[in-house]
Design a protein around this ligand. Structure first.
Ligand code: EPZ
Length: 426
């Protein structure tokens, strides 16, 4: 089992280039199933989830070549229809192959995705949207079986702007007969990136990034080459790293327009943020409390809720953070309090008592973004912090410790035995 060992207190300084967005790359890889031509994706983050998605595609009979920041996908050798449990269990996002398989083969068998510890992660909006297009759905033996005699466009009004449901429906609709209108669609920048890729393959899509996406079906799609949009969540993570270490960072290859509300909230806390066309400069300062509510884009991103709790723990005064997107995304608060934070949760609300003096301890990463937040807390804490179960972090952050080391962080990746957490390491 691997851990990060962090000696806190070093102000981070210098420039860091963020990688391509995990939450776009995985969907672009699934979209490549929509054609039998070869597609090439560039600026792909070399992270565990990309390797898992590559294995899902290989299970489906697709040739996948992964080289640094580039993935070539060749579905010319025929396609099977089943995404197996052992891969879907590892990565819930595998469900995103359902729409493309349904469009390409007229059927798909995808293992029920596990929940994960930020909530049950239902897929009812995905399934009801695909049914509206003419899919028949039955769930048996832990598999979702969908099939159709042909998809026909329709108007689909989502109960909630689900990112995954919007993407699955978009991909099913690109070769459906006639027009599909998705109302209350998700507006994340990754949706726009997917629409750009599909359009370059020959799809006819308008309105991506707004609450109404229109897809006019075409006969077939062709191969294309596409560069993945920069990862706004990784960029926000490094911005908070600059703030909590009272450092001075330039985050490169990021579009500040993808982080408007996040930037405005950081400024209200007292972080100095300068925006340029494709980079952001971020400096620490004196922090004041503020209240934050996570919402679908363009609201405050739920994936930056855990990192911003670290920053608010250092601010003067009390802050209230409300998590409106997932049911159980405060699961890491107990770990934060082990580091000396003072956060109380009640349902969807967390009350942060600020001006905590964070002190190193052993903590465990419960999921990807909470794991990254615990690293940020370790960078700010006095003394040594060991963050365990960092496999979660490797799922979504490329070369995380190397990027931090290059900015002056004292962080090492170490092997640990299954030592009882109570054993004091220092
Ligand atoms: C995507 O998850 C991202 N994952 C998440 O990032 C991100 O937090 C989320 O969008 C919101 O921005 C990927 O893109 C791989 P949703 P997704 O469908 O598509 C409920 C990370 O750390 N819901 O918008 O699963 C659901 O339970 C991850 O990178 C239903 O009830 O998000 C949740 O409460 C974490 N029924 C809410 O909607 C459905 O059919 C948001 O889910 C679908 C969703």
């Amino acid at each position: 089992m691997e851990s990060f060992l962090i000696n806190g207190g070093n102000p981070l300084a210098g420039a860091v280039r963020v990688s391509g967005a995990k939450n776009s790359a995985l969907k672009l890889m699934a979209a490549a199933l929509l054609t039998s031509d070869k597609t090439i994706l560039q600026n792909v983050p070399m992270i565990k989830d990309v390797r898992t998605m590559a294995n899902v595609l290989r299970e489906l009979g697709v040739g996948v070549t992964v080289t640094p920041e580039r993935v070539e996908i060749d579905p010319s050798g025929g396609l099977s229809d089943t995404a197996p449990y052992e891969l879907v269990r590892k990565m819930r996002a595998s469900i995103i192959v359902m729409g493309p398989l349904l469009a390409r083969l007229g059927r798909a068998r995808v293992a029920m995705p596990g929940g994960c510890n930020i909530g049950p992660r239902k897929i009812d909006f995905h399934l009801s949207g695909l049914e509206k297009l003419g899919a028949r759905i039955n769930v048996e033996h832990g598999f979702i079986n969908v099939d159709t005699n042909g998809l026909t466009g329709d108007v689909i009004s989502l109960d909630y702007p689900s990112v995954g449901a919007t993407e699955n429906i978009m991909m099913a609709a690109v070769t459906a007969r006639g027009r599909t209108v998705i109302e209350s669609a998700a507006r994340e920048p990754e949706i726009i990136d997917l629409a750009k890729f599909l359009t370059s393959m020959g799809a006819r899509i308008s309105g991506a990034g707004s609450e109404t996406v229109i897809i006019d079906g075409v006969d077939e799609l062709n191969g294309a080459t596409h560069t993945v949009v920069p990862d706004r969540i990784e960029a926000g993570t490094f911005m908070i790293a600059a703030a909590v270490t009272r450092g001075d960072l330039v985050i490169e290859d990021v579009n500040p327009l993808h982080l408007e509300i996040f930037i405005s909230k950081l400024r209200s806390i007292g972080v100095e943020v300068q925006e340029f066309d494709h980079k952001i400069r971020c400096r620490g300062g004196e922090f004041n409390s503020t209240d934050i509510a996570t919402l679908p884009h363009p609201g405050f991103p739920t994936d930056l809720q855990a990192p911003v709790l670290v920053l608010l723990s250092l601010a003067r005064g009390h802050s209230i953070v409300t998590e409106n997107v997932f049911e159980n995304r405060f699961v890491f608060v107990d770990e934060m309090n082990r580091l000396g934070a003072s956060i109380r949760t009640s349902g969807h609300h967390a009350v942060v008592h600020g001006q905590s003096r964070l002190e190193g301890a052993i903590v465990e990463a419960p999921d990807l973004r909470a794991g990254a937040a615990l690293v940020l807390a370790g960078l700010a804490a006095a003394g040594t912090t060991e963050v365990r179960r960092i496999g979660h972090i490797d799922r979504g952050y490329e070369n995380f410790e190397q990027k931090l080391q290059a900015l002056g962080a004292d962080i090492q990746r170490v092997e640990v035995s299954n030592r009882a957490p109570s054993a004091a390491p220092f």
